[in-house]
Design a protein. Structure first.
Length: 363
């Protein structure tokens, strides 16, 4: 496909975003494969995790782009993927480096405008070894029922926010505990689950089948909701392998920060992330991976939208005007409807993709 006059095509309805992705990829991809999710979407639609492979299946290196790890955040990543194809960027895939896109890794959350999946699980805290004792997080023992109170009125919202603010003021170290993940309170945010989720299992099948024998894999996992509006931050994990971090920072330079560091928009270092799991699996090859976070609205508003959504799915009624408002706030928190925002995130993403591609070629 040649570059088109208006190649950027974002859509915040799951079935339309998926249609845009498959339409762009069809006729272009060497392989398109879809895994159907057992449940249905918000409008009763079928849900899938889709994979499009550009270039040679036997290529020794793979550049992988993922959208929808955090459900609702997937509309941004989907737009970037669709734009990457519609601008013809994927045509650079060849027999040496394949370009692979996973669309809607957590399709349930994406369709239902949730950051979590069908079980309330934050997929990016779910890639843990569940045979081992799970991490504990005392912040949630103290505050899970304050973050997600039983009633969601103006009064309870103010009251509980005051309690959270006071707690954090007395214990500043708890700011990191808030988002780093928890495994005890299914109804609260950042819950990592008790077993590998559907998306986790499918992703593992994909990586076992298609990535395990590669010489190098470069990954960009697209996220939203942290940082300044329409800006982006590339984040890698504090990995145990210095060499891999160096490779990533050679590719992306100063743009790359480590999560949990002073420069990072994420003040925490989460456990059980997809990136950590993939890097562990591909320990003998080069796995260069980063999450790209794009800013939307103020983080306090993002947190408010998130709390409301967790309240709605725990104590609320989905069939109300209040539910519609809460869902709209979730979309506003994790997606940008303005063309300027979409163009900005695409420009940032396309540059990082291009840098990753030349980095992979140079290995
Ligand atoms: Zn995210």
């Amino acid at each position: 496909m040649q570059s088109e006059a208006h190649p950027i095509r974002f859509n915040s309805k799951y079935s339309k975003a998926r249609h845009n992705f498959l339409t762009a990829a069809s006729g272009q991809a060497t392989l398109i494969k879809s895994w159907q999710h057992p449940l249905r979407g918000i409008a009763g639609e079928k849900l899938y995790l889709d994979l499009a492979w550009f270039g040679d299946l036997a290529a020794k290196k793979v550049l992988l782009l993922i959208s929808g790890t955090h459900g609702v955040e997937g509309y941004c990543g989907s737009g970037i993927q669709v734009g990457s194809i519609r601008t013809g960027w994927h045509l650079q895939a060849d027999s040496n480096v394949a370009i692979v896109m996973i669309h809607g890794l957590n399709p349930y959350g994406m369709s239902h405008l949730r950051r979590v999946n069908e079980d309330g699980v934050d997929l990016n805290r779910n890639f843990l070894d569940f045979q081992q004792p799970l991490p504990t997080n005392t912040f949630y023992a103290d505050l899970a029922n304050v973050i997600v109170p039983e009633n969601w009125t103006v009064e309870t919202q103010m009251e509980t926010l005051d309690q959270i603010t006071e707690y954090l003021a007395n214990k500043p170290s708890a700011v990191a505990d808030l988002a780093k993940g928890q495994y005890q309170y299914w109804y609260a945010p950042f819950y990592g689950g008790e077993v590998p989720s559907w998306s986790n299992r499918v992703f593992n099948q994909i990586s076992d089948r298609y990535l395990l024998d590669k010489q190098a894999v470069g990954l960009l996992d697209y996220h939203t909701g942290l940082g300044q509006h329409a800006t982006g931050q590339l984040m890698s994990l504090p990995v145990n392998s210095e060499a891999k971090y160096n490779l990533a920072s050679e590719i992306w330079g100063d743009k790359l920060v480590v999560t949990g560091s002073a420069e990072s928009v994420a003040v925490y270092s989460p456990q059980g992330t997809l990136i950590a799991a993939l890097q562990a699996k591909l320990a003998t090859s080069n796995c260069i991976a980063a999450a790209y976070e794009f800013g939307t609205i103020y983080e306090t508003e993002v947190f408010h939208a998130l709390r409301a959504d967790h309240w709605l799915h725990t104590h609320g009624d989905l069939d109300t005007r209040q539910a519609v408002e809460i869902k709209q706030n979730m979309l506003d928190a994790f997606y940008g409807v303005l063309p300027q925002w979409q163009q900005s995130v695409c420009n940032l993403a396309f540059t990082a993709q291009e840098e990753l591609l030349s980095g992979l070629r140079s290995l």
